[in-house]
Ligand binder design. Structure first.
Ligand SMILES: [Zn+2]
Length: 314
């Protein structure tokens, strides 16, 4: 019997759902749709099943990388602030639909597994992946094994505390978490604090927001910094300092050989994100500095993780 190697990957995001068909070497075909947020908890797995069928092949196994927090024992997305409904079952509806093994993992944990099998982490035993996106998260391979934690949500690096006395409040309610400074959604809050006592007259940022810093977005900040606007450059440098502390915390805790970086904020601004981390990290390190680079898998890193997860199920 010929072994069926139609591995299927699913990347569940708050904004988009992506599915792919692939083999041991690459993604063969992929699809993306806006996430169904209107049809209750059953709408999401129904949408995924339809998208998988549109790939045109019988899956051998399905690996899912998803926004969290997850309930991995139930194979479901748990109580997430990203949906109006709680507890979205994923594994059992897909198993019922396709009658193949299905496994779900937190998206960043999936991503680092993808990096390990398909990307820059091949052959490495200690590897870390960081996503700088709407949120900020990470995944780790430790001594050759994916780090999962008791509920499958380790390591939540976005919620490492940089300053407990900070006035910045994280989406989780805590003060001074790394994500509250540097994620795409929160970066404008940090920028407003940084710019509070600066004279912005004549600068590009104030022009872009029509005089109202409440309208500032992280895209505007990076766009203005690319045009060398001095206030935006200042913000990008300060954000880079906070990221350097966060990356140093990872190195000191996990001692990886390599850290790869992905997520929309980093993928759209690779030099402005990774440059300041490389320049600022050394003064916070006790462990030997690892290589730090953008993921070569780009925006597909979670899909590659899904393929790698599916492959291990067969
Ligand atoms: Zn937090």
């Amino acid at each position: 019997m010929v072994k069926n190697s139609n591995y299927v990957a699913v990347d569940i995001g708050a904004t988009n759902i992506r599915v792919a068909l692939g083999d041991e070497r690459r993604i063969i075909v992929k699809r993306s749709e806006a996430t169904d947020r209107l049809n209750g908890p059953e709408g999401v797995p129904r949408q995924i099943a339809r998208m998988i069928r549109s790939l045109g092949a019988e899956p051998a196994a399905i690996g899912v990388g998803s926004i969290g927090p997850l309930d991995t024992k139930q194979g479901a997305i748990g109580e997430t602030p990203n949906f109006a409904f709680k507890h979205i079952p994923i594994v059992s509806p897909l198993k019922g639909e396709f009658d193949v093994p299905v496994r779900i993992m937190n998206d960043c944990n999936a991503a680092v597994i993808g990096e390990h099998l398909y990307g820059a982490g091949r052959g490495l035993d200690n590897l870390f992946y960081v996503t700088l996106s709407t949120g900020l998260g990470g995944g780790a391979i430790v001594d050759g094994n994916p780090l999962k934690g008791k509920d499958g949500n380790a390591p939540e690096i976005g919620h490492l505390t940089l300053d407990p006395d900070s006035e910045l409040v994280c989406g989780c309610g805590c003060h001074g978490h790394w994500e509250a400074y540097c994620s795409g959604a929160n970066l404008p809050n940090y920028a407003r604090i940084l710019l509070r006592n600066r004279d912005l007259g004549g600068g590009l940022l104030l022009k872009m927001v029509g005089g109202d810093l409440g309208k500032l977005t992280s895209e505007m900040i990076f766009e203005a910094a690319k045009k060398r606007d001095r206030d935006a450059v200042f913000v990008v440098e300060e954000v880079g300092k906070a990221n350097a502390v966060g990356f140093a915390n990872i190195v000191n805790a996990f001692d990886p050989e390599l850290i790869t970086v992905g997520g929309s904020v980093a993928l759209n601004n690779p030099e402005m994100v990774v440059g300041p981390i490389r320049n600022g990290i050394d003064r916070h390190l006790i462990n030997r500095r690892p290589e730090i680079m953008m993921t070569p898998l780009g925006a597909d890193v979670v899909l590659y993780g899904g393929l790698a997860i599916a492959m291990k199920l067969v």
